[in-house]
Ligand binder design. Structure first.
Ligand SMILES: [Mn+2]
Length: 253
């Protein structure tokens, strides 16, 4: 089997498509695991969500989509719409309103901008969420069902941020939903009984090597695959071949 993994696409639909074009999903023994953070920052969050949904329709369980902290925030700002105290959190979480813009048609987005200019923040927030619910309920429903991790038959766990490795065999029970999507890379350099493949923190930050991009491994049990698409314009692809047990991808070897 060939497993491909990508993470932290962050609304960068063109970069995602370019990386997809390098892998063959038509082969029956291939699998694509996406580690979350499809939305926010980049220009087309809705387009990325819809493309992943389409891939799952086409390829079934050959395409696994996990959830990241940005999907958690996305659901939070939809669910907290009756809470006026959340208005500021919404504006801050969706930097430059990039995600809202992708979900709203031109006229609706101009209306939101106008409300914001008039400092009608709560109204802008409520209007945005109402529009998203009315026009893109399928996407919201899909995001709600995204799982937190994927365990392969080859001694691997794929996750957005990480797992509580101190819990050993009980990591599933021992890892909170916040940790799955947001934990710091606390176990770098320590051996674990599974390979842990994660995104969330870009590889320049986790490696400590200035300008690093692509995939980074700690040489023990961890592979980090967020190559920082906003900075470098590319979504890194990790490949794993179960016949040889070898990982490959930009930055490895
Ligand atoms: Mn993240």
């Amino acid at each position: 089997m060939h497993i491909f993994a990508m993470s932290d696409i962050h609304g960068c639909l063109d970069a995602f498509k370019a990386s997809l074009s390098t892998i063959d999903l038509d082969a029956e023994d291939s699998k694509l695991v996406l580690l979350g953070d499809y939305c926010d920052r980049g220009p087309d969050s809705l387009g990325v969500f819809e493309l992943v949904m389409e891939l799952q329709k086409r390829y079934g369980d050959r395409v696994v989509a996990l959830r990241g902290n940005h999907e958690e925030m996305f659901l939070e700002y939809i669910d907290e719409v009756k809470n006026p105290n959340f208005t500021q959190a919404w504006i801050l979480a969706d930097s430059n309103l990039a995600t809202a813009k992708s979900f709203l048609d031109g006229e609706a987005f101009r209306h939101v901008k106008q409300l914001l200019r008039l400092r009608k923040f709560e109204e802008a927030y409520a209007f945005t969420v109402e529009h998203m619910k009315a026009e893109h309920a399928d996407v919201i429903t899909w995001v709600r069902k995204l799982p937190y991790f994927y365990e392969s038959p080859f001694g691997q766990v794929f996750v957005h941020a990480g797992i509580e490795e101190e819990a050993g065999d009980y990591w599933k029970m021992g890892t909170s939903t916040e940790s799955f999507t947001m934990m710091m890379p606390d176990y770098v350099g320590r051996e674990f009984c599974l390979d842990v493949i994660a995104g969330h923190i870009n590889t320049e930050a986790v490696s400590g090597i200035a300008g690093y991009r692509g995939i980074w491994s700690d040489g023990v049990s961890h592979y980090f695959i967020d190559g920082n698409v906003m900075e470098y314009g590319e979504v890194a692809v990790l490949s794993y071949d179960s016949e040889t047990g070898k990982y490959s991808g930009q930055g490895l070897e």
